[in-house]
Design a protein around this ligand. Structure first.
Ligand SMILES: Cc1cc2nc3c(=O)[nH]c(=O)nc-3n(C[C@H](O)[C@H](O)[C@H](O)COP(=O)(O)O)c2cc1C
Length: 142
């Protein structure tokens, strides 16, 4: 059984709702899944997972949240070579640039990024939640 860890930061709950749906999709495939706020995750979390899903909304001006998620991502850059990673997050008014940059960054570290990074504007509706569940399924099969 693959061990998947879903790690997220969310200010107003939209990315958290996405994270819960990613968990549901991966669990439906029989994966062993943990859901952690980024403040609960560290390097060992990453080393012990077969695959990761990481969620963060677009913050600042098209960047990752800077107090917790950005330092966490910096700390794991050398640990993700060959690891399947699904990236996701909510945004408001932008064009998804933060996600494009994040996907390229993780690919540059050698991670096997699943798809293009799933972005949803504001709160996920039922279609959005289904897309998150599908992402979780794809990750558990990666
Ligand atoms: C401080 C701050 C900065 C933001 N910067 C951006 C941005 O650069 N681009 C964008 O599309 N949305 C931006 N947003 C909107 C959030 O990405 C959006 O509200 C998202 O749904 C929040 O997700 P969450 O509920 O998981 O925190 C920003 C929101 C806040 C509070």
């Amino acid at each position: 059984m693959s061990k998947i860890t879903v790690i997220y930061w969310s200010g107003s709950g939209n990315t958290e709702a996405m994270a819960e749906a990613v968990v549901a999709g991966a669990k439906a495939q029989g994966a062993e899944v943990r859901l952690l706020h980024v403040g609960e995750a560290d390097k060992d979390t990453v080393l012990h997972a077969d695959a990761l899903a990481i969620g963060c909304p677009s913050m600042g001006a098209e960047v990752l949240e800077e107090a917790e998620m950005e330092p966490f991502i910096s700390s794991i850059e050398s640990l993700v070579t060959g690891k399947p990673i699904a990236l996701f997050g909510s945004y408001g008014w932008g064009n998804g640039e933060w996600m494009q940059d994040w996907v390229a960054r993780m690919q540059g570290c050698g991670a096997k990024v699943i798809g293009e990074g799933l972005i949803i504007q504001n709160a996920p509706d039922e279609d959005g939640l289904e897309a998150c569940r599908t992402l979780g399924k794809e990750l558990s099969n990666a």
